[in-house]
Design a protein around this ligand. Structure first.
Ligand code: AMP
Ligand code: MG
Length: 493
């Protein structure tokens, strides 16, 4: 006899579900034919106060596939709007995602538990509400790698196969991802209510965001302006961190930008191999709007949309409100620059700041772009150079360009506050060896689609410790061979 299945228990406390009805549509996920657990993120489960064994059981798979509603859940699809590639769309919303509820984690932080790929909702428009296995595994791998790399991000708690086909250009196996987030509130959530002239909803949303993400703003003279300023600061830091890792989000629409400061919506995202500032992977980004080098400008533009949406909250005097919101928005470029410089100084092993550092960083990046040097390995191997070895010289088609830069770098290091003995370890702590390279992600997905999840498991395990050299995993650190290069990534929606 099999022992009784433990039903996973969640200590739900659902603050979003207490907001007014027009914030969402309440509905249950649509059940699927044959839920089968692919992977439970045991570490994250423990952090959330959940029992990993219960989640991994058939009863857990049923819950995370949307076939059973756990006690205390208040399933809902959130309403939002957004600018997609610059074009205004007045209604988007969770078309294939359902928020089960919120739990308080071991550190006392409130976190959303959301199913993605869980069936149609009133916001599905023409979509089927489903997700193919490939994009689910892709989001799992990349979002967890981002977390290990120290990037604020939504997380992946589990991936479950549905046992149902999903019709795209091909017939694909379906899956559901359990996404965990500080919240799923987006710039587009504010835009949704602003566009409807619904000031009461805007205020309720902003108060919710302040209580949840910016509690200090409640004490400010103008709490809403302080909240806006807080979002600008977190996004400046976030985009700087992306840039420092060679990460390209791929779809920085305003509905894909959180107010919490976490990275969200891993669709056609990618890490660069060979560095070039205009790199684009997304098949739908034909104009290169969301190219690597454009990301800071796009974030600034998106934040301006948030400021605009929040104007009705900033007092009766419209001109004064615009002036204050604009002043906040105008701080973005300098804050981004400062955050970026600080990231990049660490990547060069600099323990102090000097005016000439920016030119030194730019010179390296220019040489990397001209030589098609691998972004990740160039920085990682500076640690070897600091130990007197060749370092990343081999990455450069024009080694003389690297040598010339190295001479500048070494003379800068002589004037630096960090001791030479401390530098190699500092460089290795700032520059990862392992990133979710496209060809490895695609290889893991292809194997899983053929029934072999071992490469997916191995890749996740390696990427969980991106800064530690892991003997035997040299191929996980290597750039793609010419035949392995992935040129395009897809939303997979
Ligand atoms: P995304 O490009 O994933 O940010 O999605 C943009 C919008 O399209 C969101 O409102 C999604 O909920 C919706 N969407 C994407 N894929 C689907 C799908 N398969 N079914 C229904 N809605 C979808
Ligand atoms: Mg989205």
């Amino acid at each position: 006899m099999t022992p009784p299945q433990p039903m996973p228990r969640f200590a739900f406390d659902n603050s979003y579900a207490r907001l007014p009805d027009r914030f969402f549509a309440r509905l249950d996920p649509t059940p699927v034919r044959a839920p089968a657990m692919i992977r439970v993120n045991e570490r994250l489960a423990a952090e959330l106060g959940l029992d990993p064994a219960a989640l991994a059981s058939p009863a857990g798979a049923a819950v995370l596939a949307g076939n059973a509603t756990p006690e205390g859940a208040q399933p809902l699809a959130q309403a939002y709007a957004g600018h997609q590639f610059g074009n205004w769309v007045p209604q988007l919303g969770d078309g294939r995602a359902i928020l089960l509820g919120e739990v308080i984690d071991a550190q006392g932080r409130r976190r959303d538990i959301q199913l993605k790929g869980s069936g149609r909702t009133p916001f599905s428009r023409m979509g089927d509400g489903r997700a193919p296995l490939g994009p689910v595994l892709r989001e799992y791998i990349v979002s967890e790698a981002m977390a290990a790399l120290g990037v604020p991000t939504t997380r992946a708690l589990a991936a479950v196969a549905t046992g149902e086909p999903v019709m795209r250009e091909d017939v694909l196996p379906g899956a559901v991802l359990t996404r965990v987030a500080a919240s799923h509130i987006r710039v587009g959530t504010f835009q949704f209510f602003a566009a409807r002239g619904d000031d009461a909803a805007l205020k309720a949303l902003a108060d919710h965001v302040i209580a949840r993400h910016y509690p200090d703003s409640a004490e400010a003279e103008d709490p809403y302006l302080a909240m806006l300023d807080g979002v600008i600061g977190r996004q400046a830091a976030l985009i700087a961190r992306w840039m420092s890792l060679g990460f390209i989000h791929g779809v920085m629409n305003t509905d894909n930008m959180t107010v919490s400061g976490e990275t969200i919506d891993y669709g056609p995202c990618a890490f660069m191999d060979a560095y070039h500032p205009q790199t684009v992977f997304s098949s739908i980004d034909t104009m290169g709007r969301y190219a690597y080098g454009n990301q800071p400008r796009v974030a600034h533009w998106n934040l301006s949309r948030l400021a605009q949406a929040m104007l009705p909250l900033m007092g009766e005097d419209i001109d004064a409100a615009v002036e204050r919101a604009q002043a906040a928005i105008d701080t973005f470029p300098a804050r981004f620059r400062a955050a970026w410089l600080s990231e990049m100084r660490a990547k060069l092993g600099l323990g102090s700041a000097r005016d000439e550092d920016e030119a030194l960083i730019d010179a390296l990046m220019e040489a990397m772009a001209a030589s098609g040097a691998d972004f990740t390995l160039t920085f990682r191997r500076l640690a070897d150079a600091a130990e007197g070895c060749d370092g990343p010289r081999g990455q450069f088609a024009d080694p003389a360009a690297f040598d010339a830069w190295t001479a500048r770098w070494r003379s800068r290091l002589e004037a630096d506050a960090m001791t030479p003995a401390a530098r190699p370890a500092a460089l290795r702590a700032a520059n990862p060896l392992y990133i979710p390279r496209n060809h490895l992600v695609e290889e893991a997905i292809a194997a899983a689609m053929a029934g072999d999840v071992a490469p997916f498991e191995t890749l996740n395990a390696v990427l969980a410790r991106p800064f530690d050299e892991q003997p035997g995993h040299e191929r996980h650190a290597a750039p793609p061979q010419p035949g392995e290069v992935v040129e395009r990534t897809f939303c997979g929606t």
